[in-house]
Design a protein around this ligand. Structure first.
Ligand SMILES: [Zn+2]
Length: 435
């Protein structure tokens, strides 16, 4: 059937063009599946997913298993003081900077078997493929499995990659969990010396680039029937504490017109956040994740509300503009309701854009393999962002998540999509090696 390009979407065009001459697959999808199923044993739960939180017995067991698998693939394995596992294959030109790639194997509680695992086992499969081919890359090839990416344990994400990029925040290693165990103690349990955490730092001058394969964790690729996502960047995140302070009074005796009801103002503010975020085209998102109401009784007019506003986008100016609009709306709402209003930023992660040249390379590599592609932002955080912020060129490859489900035992990526992701990773790395 003959169709003109004009009637097809960009992704379909990519598929149609690439479909003309698909080239053979290099990686071994069966072996990759076996690696993923092997990893899935650790922390397996009855729902079919895993609970393998960073710095736990399950995590430790999975890491020991992984280190053995990496050695079998002929890699020189090293664990840095931040518990990142490095597996290196020497290059023929040792003076060249390393090509880095990898992901993580820790999960959230009751997580799935694909988040992080696909990129980590995909990286190992690429190493196996190079071994099978007796390949002799010019650059050192180094896979890295970063520690405690999810940051569920100790509350701060992308731990290992942050240590590699910039080191700990003040007091971070001394922070204790609900069992009273410090993060430093977990490093010692892993056989590491927390005093040497600085040695986990990467020299950006010794890294050519970092490529991460990951599941999308959203539904854009699955809905569109697209096989490979070319990530434009990892969105920036701003979080604000908002307080609305009215007057708590008797709910039976205070006439409606005289109430200074902080919760009514909060309800209007929550809707205003949604309206202001959706006021422009684009993929920016905003969220109010909870409300704390005080005093919180059925017969008392709510006097005080605290809530967080979270805003995400790839562009800093869009985040700032949304925040400004939300603030203006909130001020007007608060004035009308007779309540005092404050809004203070308490956390911000800058957007981490991927390298435009690496985006082009990922897209071209996917198309050469016969796969459809789409460029999209990542709404979730990833280890790549740490390296990007340290000035290392980053690229990210996404594969579809069925139904957009992630951080759930029902998280799933088709095995063929997993293989396609690893194949694109392989092709990107081989091409980078020529540069
Ligand atoms: Zn992840």
């Amino acid at each position: 059937m003959r169709r003109t390009a004009a009637c097809l979407g960009a992704a379909a065009v990519a598929l149609a063009l690439a479909g003309a001459a698909p080239s053979p697959v290099h990686v071994n999808g069966g072996r990759l599946k076996d690696l993923l199923l092997g990893l899935a044993q650790f922390g397996q739960n009855p729902e079919g997913g895993v609970t393998r939180v960073g710095f736990s017995r399950e995590d430790q067991a999975a890491r020991d298993w992984l280190i053995e698998r990496m050695k079998e693939a002929g890699l020189e394995v090293r664990v840095d003081p931040a518990a990142n596992i490095h597996g290196r294959r020497a290059g023929t030109e040792p003076a060249l900077p390393a090509i880095l790639f990898g992901s993580h194997i820790d999960s959230v509680p009751k997580g799935g078997n694909f988040d992080g695992d696909v990129g980590s086992m995909g990286a190992l499969e690429v190493m196996w493929t190079l071994k099978d081919e007796k390949a002799a890359p010019r650059h050192p090839f180094e896979m890295v499995v970063w520690s405690n990416e999810e940051g569920v344990h100790y509350g701060k994400g992308v731990f290992g990659s942050r240590m590699a990029a910039r080191g700990p925040d003040a007091g971070e290693l001394e922070a204790t969990d609900e069992d009273g165990v410090a993060l430093a103690e977990w490093l010692r349990r892993y056989g590491l010396d927390p005093a040497r955490i600085g040695e986990a730092r990467l020299d950006p001058g010794r890294v050519a680039s970092y490529i991460e394969l990951h599941i999308e964790q959203g539904g854009v690729l699955d809905r569109g029937g697209v096989q490979i996502g070319v990530v434009q960047g990892i969105v920036g995140i701003d979080r604000y504490h908002v307080t609305l302070e009215g007057f708590a009074n008797h709910a039976g005796t205070t006439p409606m017109a005289e109430r200074r009801d902080a919760l009514v103002a909060a309800a209007r503010l929550i809707l205003a956040v949604r309206e202001e975020v959706m006021a422009r085209p684009g993929r920016q998102v905003g969220n109010v994740g909870y409300v704390q109401v005080s005093p919180g009784a059925p017969n008392v007019v709510p006097g005080l509300v605290r809530l967080p506003v979270e805003l995400r986008d790839l562009r800093r100016d869009v985040i700032d503009d949304m925040a400004g609009r939300v603030r203006a709306r909130a001020e007007a709402i608060a004035k009308e309701a007779g309540v005092a209003f404050t809004m203070e930023r308490y956390a911000n992660d800058e957007p981490a854009l991927t390298d435009p040249g690496l985006q082009d390379l990922i897209e071209a590599s996917a198309r050469a393999a016969g796969y459809s592609t789409l460029r999209l932002p990542s709404g979730a955080g990833h280890d790549a962002q740490s390296l990007g912020r340290a000035g290392i060129p980053i690229g990210m490859i996404f594969v579809p998540s069925k139904g957009g489900i992630s951080h759930s035992p029902r998280e799933r990526t088709e095995w063929d999509d997993v293989t396609r992701g690893a194949e694109v990773l392989y092709r990107v790395l081989r091409e980078l090696d020529k540069r």
